[in-house]
Design a protein around this ligand. Structure first.
Ligand code: NAD
Length: 247
C-alpha cells in the first residue's frame, strides 16, 4: 500500500505512534520514526519489519530547528522528504481550571498545537521545494477536543485547535497536492491513559458504548487509512474512533 513512500511519524516511541510505525512498515513504507525520547524510538524501529530500511531520529516538535534537521536528515538518508506525515506527539498536564498553572496551559498548547503546525509547515515546504505533488498528513486530535473534559482545559483546548488547524491546512495545502485529516480517538490503552485516575477511567468506560478502551492498533489502522490513497477524496475530515464515546 505504501511501497516507495517515506513516512514521518512524530511521537513514534509512544503507544499510538509505535503502532502507526508498525502498520506503515508492515504495509511497505520506509518509516522515519521520531520522538523527543530517542531511546523509545530506537526500540520502535528495532520492532519493525526490515528494521534496516527505517530510521530512528530524536526530534522535539516544539523546536523548529529540530524539525528542520530531521527533514534534512531524511533527505540525506532516503533521498527525498517524507510525503506521509503522522503528527502523533502529544502530552497532557491535567489539573482543574482553577488550579491550572499558566506554564502547564502553554506547554500543552506548545506540543500539541505548535508542534503539529511546525511539522506540517517544514515538511510541506520541503515537498514543494522537491517538486513532489502528492502528500498526506494525519493529525491526532482527541474526542476531548469536541466534548471537553474535567481537568483538561489545556488539553481540550489544544485538541480543538488541532481540528481547526487541520481544516485550515487542508484548505491551503490542497493546491500543492497535500491532503490533511485528523483522528479523534477515545480512551486508548497507552502510557498516556495510565496517568488518569482509576475513578475517572471507570467513569469513561461507562460512557463508552463498546465498553472498553481502544488498543493503539485500532487508532493506527485509521491513521494508515487516512495516509493511504484509499482515502484519496478525503481532506479536512475529523474522524472519531471512540467506541461510541462522545458521538
Ligand atoms: N491514549 C489516549 O487515550 C488518547 C486519546 C485521544 C488522543 N490521544 C492522542 O494520541 C497521541 C498519542 O498519544 P499516546 O496515547 O500514544 O501517548 P504516549 O504518551 O504513549 O505517546 C506520546 C509520545 O509523544 C512524545 N512526545 C512528547 N513531547 C514531545 C515533543 N515535544 N516532541 C516530540 N515528541 C514528544 C512522547 O515522548 C511519547 O513517546 C497524542 O497526541 C494524544 O494526545 C491519545
Amino acid at each position: 500500500m505504501f511501497a516507495g513512500r517515506i513516512a514521518l511519524v512524530t511521537g513514534g516511541g509512544g503507544g499510538i505512534g509505535r503502532a502507526v510505525c508498525r502498520i506503515l512498515a508492515r504495509d511497505g513504507a520506509r518509516v522515519v520514526a521520531t520522538d523527543i525520547n530517542s531511546k523509545s524510538v530506537e526500540e520502535t524501529v528495532s520492532m519493525l519489519v526490515n528494521p534496516g530500511e527505517h530510521v530512528a531520529l530524536s526530534m522535539n516538535v516544539t523546536d523548529k530547528a529540530s524539525v528542520e534537521s530531521v527533514v534534512k536528515a531524511t533527505i540525506d538518508k532516503l533521498q527525498a522528504p517524507p510525503s506521509l506525515v503522522a503528527n502523533i506527539a502529544g502530552i497532557t498536564q491535567d489539573n482543574f481550571l482553577l488550579k491550572m498553572e499558566e506554564r502547564s496551559f502553554m506547554d500543552v498548547l506548545d506540543v500539541n498545537v505548535k508542534g503539529t503546525f511546525l511539522v506540517t509547515q517544514v515538511v510541506t515546504s520541503a515537498l514543494v521545494e522537491h517538486g513532489i505533488t502528492s502528500g498526506s498528513i494525519v493529525n491526532l486530535s482527541s474526542i476531548m477536543g469536541k466534548t471537553g473534559n474535567i481537568g483538561q482545559c489545556n488539553y481540550g483546548a489544544s485538541k480543538a485547535a488541532v481540528q481547526g488547524l487541520t481544516k485550515s491546512s487542508a484548505l491551503e495545502l490542497a493546491r500543492v497536492g497535500v491532503r490533511v485529516n485528523c483522528v479523534l480517538p477515545g480512551f486508548t490503552q497507552t502510557p498516556m491513559v495510565e496517568t488518569v485516575p482509576e475513578k475517572v477511567q471507570k467513569k469513561v468506560l461507562k460512557l463508552t458504548p463498546l465498553n472498553r478502551f481502544a488498543q493503539p492498533e485500532e487508532i493506527a489502522e485509521v491513521v494508515a487509512f487516512l495516509l493511504s490513497d484509499k482515502s484519496s477524496f478525503m481532506t479536512g475530515s475529523c474522524v472519531e474512533v471512540t467506541g461510541g464515546l462522545g458521538m
